[in-house]
Design a protein around this ligand. Structure first.
Ligand code: SAH
Length: 252
């Protein structure tokens, strides 16, 4: 079940932090590490800091974009040391661990996303996450070392996982159409939604304001399942047809 929870490190500068993160993960029983454009990897410094967690480094997936790192995920938890301009649903590390474990137990893929040492995650990256996680810290010195932040969340995942071992077995799996849409499906939906909104003149590409970010926040809050996703995509397709003056479903 813990294999369904991946740790994604975005644009890490220091290979030592990748090694430290791998060690923290292995200590807590996590094994899937995904690196988005690391500056220096593989590296001896990473292996030295991993001290015994080299297998995680050897098995790490290196990808070009956050989007690729999130393929297949239906829950994305992004970490941030600071408040951002558009407030997002927040979790503390304990709630994050509990949510990740509850959904991983149902067979879903979960991502915990960590940012760059100097700049964290961009607003755009954070808007791809369902929730933001803030580790309570001194407001005057709020950023933890990257590997230390991974340690805190990995520990909370383990704590929640241990508690789940004691609890009753999970209920039977719902049928596939009830399962939540994955991030890649959601991304295709957002592209389709944006195109349609531009087409009907609701979204001005010159002045997009925060419309797409707000819509991402709205849909991200309501776990959209596969059958609901087909309805939403169907509505967009029909809207586009009407906007183009093409024949559409209701022929009256
Ligand atoms: N200077 C950056 C901080 C980067 S710290 C900024 O202001 O955003 C590197 C990464 O560690 C962050 O992107 C985040 O993933 C994690 N991190 C550090 N401190 C954290 C905190 N207090 N809460 C949540 N994540 C934190």
């Amino acid at each position: 079940m813990l294999h369904n929870i991946r740790v994604v490190l975005v644009n890490t500068s220091h290979p030592g932090n990748i090694g430290g993160a791998a060690r923290a993960m292995k200590n807590m029983g996590l094994s899937r590490l995904v690196l988005v454009q690391p500056r220096d990897f593989p590296s001896e410094q990473a292996s030295a800091r991993a001290s015994g967690a080299d297998d995680l480094l050897a098995g790490a997936e290196v990808v070009d974009s956050l989007e690729q790192a999130l393929v297949g995920c239906s829950l994305v938890l992004g970490t941030s040391a600071r408040d951002r301009s558009l407030p997002w649903p927040m979790l503390d590390p304990r709630e994050c661990g509990a949510k990740a474990v509850a959904q991983a137990a149902g067979g879903e893929q979960i991502a915990l996303v960590f940012g760059r040492e100097h700049a964290g995650l961009t607003n755009e990256e954070l808007q791809r996450c369902h929730f933001h996680v803030h580790i309570a810290s001194n407001p005057e010195f709020s950023s933890l070392n990257l590997a230390a932040a991974v340690q805190v969340l990995a520990y909370e995942v383990r704590t929640a996982w241990l508690a789940a071992q004691q609890a009753a077995p999970v209920a039977e799996k719902a049928d596939a159409s009830e399962e939540p849409a994955t991030m890649d499906e959601m991304e295709r939906f957002y592209e389709h939604l944006e195109q349609t909104l531009v087409q009907i003149g609701f979204l001005d590409p010159e002045k997009p304001r925060h419309l797409m970010a707000r819509l991402r926040r709205l849909y991200g809050r309501s776990t959209v399942n596969h059958s609901e996703m087909s309805i939403l995509r169907g509505i967009l397709t029909e809207t586009q047809k009407v906007a183009r003056g093409e024949p559409h479903k209701r022929k009256d």
